[in-house]
Write a protein that binds this ligand. Structure first.
Ligand SMILES: Cc1cc2nc3c(=O)[nH]c(=O)nc-3n(C[C@H](O)[C@H](O)[C@H](O)COP(=O)(O)OP(=O)(O)OC[C@H]3O[C@@H](n4cnc5c(N)ncnc54)[C@H](O)[C@@H]3O)c2cc1C
Length: 504
């Protein structure tokens, strides 16, 4: 089925144009490709059991750690998660874009998701100082349907708890309130890595998964060097306010009248808000960029709770001021850049692997921090659901990084660019952005439609399970056949496997 242009046209999508960055990853052309290609051609078999079962220790029980624990335990592996904090830690809202919501829907079902999630219908772009409307993106159901998921808004804690229940339900052992204090890679004589815990225990496994977030200790072991983080110029503040109090206020009522995700645009500062915990609370997230007085403070991480009364309110219109009055406390976190990036996700012994923010530290409260973490988990878990022989492991791990790194880099670039775009200081660039957001339906032509929709499809239409399964069908299973045919044949990269396919 080809999508009908009439379904996806509208002034709203036009305003998405400046919000995207061209992606270097695989292009999904929705106008020339059947819908099945976007939604996923391969059946997504979440219950495939690995014939060789391995022991995994996952360091960090955040979104990435619990998701990978679930997928691996579901495939029959033995999984232990070590998490230094507990459940129900202070947090704010998560946008759950279609590439994530389709995974959660498969895991818990649409009804369970609906208990805590709200479907986002659109995003008004507002002036931070005056609340006046500059533009609007309508997240049209027909467009979202083509991506195979929905754009949902949830509380971080609800997603975290859902993943905790899934992981434990699948048989993973999750140890809360316990830190990993030291990591010991294996040696030639004993390749198994181990970890020392804050409770004095030392645990050994076949593999360690570093899911310990942006400040990862496991990353330092993998890279063999200290973290080179430096301030990235942005501090982010999150809080939630009771929706009932907003409904009682004539200025704030309009933000809880519809299921929207409003974005207030200021100079070096922006704010967004949306429903969380179904329609019971409203999350607010403030982004302060370089040159903003509140941008140069805080630490990376989610442990810093501050009083909102200390924030500079001079740029805020009445609605933002009122929202902040309803949120006396805010969680503060800081964006840190790693100038060298994270070039290696797998250590030299081939037994320690990074996922989530440990592999690709994210822009705090970007749209895709959680979605990339869960996609990582699905891809890694799906690859290891094919495990039959230890000799497959190097190809699985290199495939994991190969499949994930380019996508994460491109989506991060887009998340950062979008955050900066809505906080441009006054000037020609802000004027051009506003003019673009104002443009009307009749400006659209087929070319613009295609371009915008393809950009959406690339990010939202991705199916992590399909990506792993396609790799397995195209490359992985041939490695397996050769493995069985002759001892010592060991495929670790794509070039070798191309030759193998041709000579079959
Ligand atoms: C408490 C908390 C609240 C958050 N709230 C929001 C939010 O409101 N909005 C938003 O967009 N994003 C939020 N995030 C970030 C979001 O979860 C991530 O961007 C994304 O989901 C990627 O997750 P991750 O699992 O890779 O990293 P993280 O979510 O950072 O998880 C890493 C986990 O590893 C644990 N850990 C770290 N070191 C150790 C150690 N030595 N031993 C054991 N455990 C360790 C941490 O406690 C943490 O739970 C929050 C993260 C946390 C931890």
């Amino acid at each position: 089925m080809s999508p009908r242009p009439a379904d996806i046209s509208g002034p709203s999508l036009r305003s998405l144009a400046p919000l995207r960055t061209p992606l270097r990853c695989k292009t999904l052309s929705v106008f020339s490709t059947p819908t099945a290609r976007i939604i996923g051609m391969h059946p997504y078999n979440d219950s495939r059991q690995a014939s060789l079962q391995a022991h995994f220790i996952v360091i960090g029980g955040g979104i990435a750690g619990l998701a990978v624990a679930y997928v691996l335990a579901n495939a029959g592996h033995h999984v232990r998660v070590i998490e230094k904090r507990g459940l129900g830690e202070p947090a704010g809202g998560l946008r759950v874009p279609p590439n994530l919501s389709k995974i959660l829907r498969k895991w818990v079902g649409a009804d369970e998701l609906k208990r805590t999630a709200v479907r986002c219908v659109g995003s008004p772009f507002l002036d931070l100082a005056t609340d006046s409307r500059v533009g609007y993106i309508h997240w049209k159901p027909a467009v979202m349907e083509e991506t195979g998921g929905e754009f949902l808004m949830m509380h971080h804690e609800d997603v975290h708890r859902m993943l905790y229940d899934l992981a434990v339900g699948a048989g993973a052992d999750v140890l809360l309130d316990t830190s990993v204090v030291a990591i010991h890679p294996g040696t030639d004589a004993l390749p198994n890595p181990s970890v020392s815990l804050s409770n004095g225990q030392v645990l050994t496994a076949d593999f360690l998964i570093g899911a310990d977030g942006p400040n990862s200790r496991v990353r330092e072991v993998v890279l063999g060097e200290d973290d080179d983080a430096e301030p990235g110029g942005t501090t982010v503040y999150v809080a939630s306010v009771p929706a009932s109090e907003m409904r009682a206020d004539p200025t704030l009522r309009e933000f809880v009248r519809t299921d929207e995700w409003p974005i207030w645009m200021g100079a070096n500062r922006s704010m967004c808000g949306h429903y969380i915990r179904a329609t019971n609370e409203f999350n607010i997230t403030l982004f302060m960029h370089k040159n903003d007085p509140d941008a140069q403070s805080g630490e990376e991480g989610w442990e810093d709770v501050i009083l909102s009364s200390g924030l500079d309110q001079s740029q805020h219109g009445s609605s933002v001021q009122k929202l902040l009055k309803l949120a006396p406390k805010l969680v503060r976190t800081r964006f840190m850049r790693r100038p060298e990036g994270v070039p290696e996700w797998i250590d030299q012994t081939g037994r320690i692997v990074l996922i989530g923010e440990a592999a690709h530290p994210w822009f705090p409260c970007g749209t895709h921090g959680a979605s990339m973490a869960v996609e990582d988990a699905v891809v890694l878990g799906r690859l290891f659901s094919n495990l039959r022989s230890w000799s497959q492991v190097p190809s699985f791990l290199s495939a994991f990084q190969e499949l994930r790194q380019a996508r994460c880099d491109a989506v991060l670039e887009s998340d950062v660019a979008n955050a900066r775009l809505v906080a441009l200081p006054p000037g020609p660039m802000a004027d051009a952005r506003n003019a673009d957001m104002h443009r009307q339906l009749d400006d659209w032509d087929e070319g613009a439609l295609k371009e915008n929709f393809e950009a959406i499809a690339e990010i939202f239409g991705y199916d992590a399970g399909d990506a792993a399964d396609e790799w397995w069908v195209d490359w992985g299973r041939f490695g397996n056949k050769l493995d069985e045919g002759g001892p010592g044949v060991h495929l670790v990269n794509f070039d070798v496997q191309v030759v193998a396919v041709e000579t079959e």
